[in-house]
Design a protein around this ligand. Structure first.
Ligand SMILES: NC(=O)c1ccc[n+]([C@@H]2O[C@H](COP(=O)([O-])OP(=O)(O)OC[C@H]3O[C@@H](n4cnc5c(N)ncnc54)[C@H](O)[C@@H]3O)[C@@H](O)[C@H]2O)c1
Length: 316
């Protein structure tokens, strides 16, 4: 199969590219290498992390229809994993229009091209943030998610609606995966694990939001990749599926594991809750489990792997 991964130079996209290549798929990557975080990390994922892996890389923007036209003319794509997006809740509060343009209009372009080129399956990244301040835990796909609390969350909810229209009208198979806090080597600098590790190593204070009263179903990137592949192979007519780790971890425990691996104590500054953020995200993952998937990496191992990578990449 020839698989197009949008956001292919990103954290999850590059990890997925590796796995798909290893199992024999042809991989085409699309990315605009924007500077939401240091583009050098994106370049290094391509140059270093994907070294020895065969793939085609297209540098361009999912908002650019002419660029997409050329790509789809050149490549006979079988399936799409659409991960390109402006990610990150906080930045979306300052740049709501950008999130609308990239995440909503960009996704619409991808859906249009998917239909035009008779794509066999369209898997895309949704997010646990669609659950907003959902009071009922764990978060289930059956819960109502009509009350997002950030432009980012609204854009991801919109993607699920857009996909539904195209599955319904054009019979395009689509599956949206609601990712729950993904972490691991080659991760994103704007995420907590990255910032905590950096600051602890440099002896700087870390900000612990909601005074540490936060919990997450942290999900190791390899488990995300195996979940993407699970639904990619299924060609479901239309579905939206949670994908998260199977343990609710307290933020305080998360920080302890970082400390253990870094070998240094954190200087903590307890902070109030941030706007747009939620205190707890716990995933009901029974639906994806029934499809044969299960998460296998606990934070003790996952954080260890992340810190080994971080020290090799930044400290050598
Ligand atoms: N990492 C998480 O915890 C998490 C959680 C929920 C959802 N998600 C979603 O998963 C997907 C991948 O996330 P990630 O963590 O790998 O983020 P990432 O930022 O590392 O990857 C996204 C990639 O998309 C590219 N991109 C952005 N706008 C683009 C555009 N207009 N045209 C072409 N490329 C563009 C970026 O350059 C980047 O390389 C995103 O859709 C994100 O919203 C991630």
């Amino acid at each position: 199969m020839k698989i197009l991964i949008t956001g292919g130079a990103g954290f999850i996209g590059s990890n997925l590219a590796r796995k798909l290549f290893e199992r024999g798929d042809e991989v085409v990557l699309l990315d605009n290498f924007n500077d939401y975080y240091d583009p050098k990390l994106k370049e290094d994922r391509i140059k270093k992390f994907l070294k020895g892996i065969k793939f085609k890389l297209y540098r361009g923007d999912i908002r650019d229809e002419k660029f997409l036209e050329k790509l789809f003319k050149k490549e006979k794509i079988d399936k799409i994993v659409h991960l390109a997006a402006m990610a990150g809740v906080r930045y979306s509060l300052q740049n709501p229009n950008l999130y609308y343009e990239v995440n909503v209009l960009g996704t619409q372009n991808m859906l249009n091209f998917a239909v035009k080129h008779k794509i066999k399956n369209f898997v895309y990244a949704s997010s646990s943030s669609v659950y907003g301040n959902n009071k009922k835990l764990p978060f289930s796909e059956a819960d109502n998610v009509d009350t997002p609390i950030s432009p980012y969350a609204a854009s991801k909810k919109a993607n699920e609606l857009q996909a539904h229209v195209f599955s319904h009208i054009y019979k395009l198979p689509t599956t949206g995966l609601r990712f729950f806090t993904v972490y691991g080597p080659w991760g994103r600098p704007d995420m907590a694990l990255f910032g905590f590790t950096k600051n602890i190593l440099e002896g700087k204070t870390i900000q612990v939001f909601n005074r540490g009263k936060m919990s997450r179903n942290f999900t190791y990137v390899d488990d995300i990749v195996s979940g993407i592949i699970t639904v990619l192979d299924k060609n479901l007519a239309y579905d939206v599926v949670n994908i998260g780790g199977d343990r609710e971890e307290k933020l305080t425990r998360f920080v302890e594991v970082i400390e253990e691996n870094v070998g240094k104590k954190a200087k903590r500054k307890l902070m109030p809750m941030q706007p747009g953020d939620v205190p707890s995200t716990v995933a009901d993952i029974r639906k994806l489990r029934k499809m044969g998937w299960k998460p296998t990496t606990r934070i003790e191992q996952g954080i260890k792997n992340f810190i080994a990578w971080y020290q090799e990449y930044y400290c050598n």
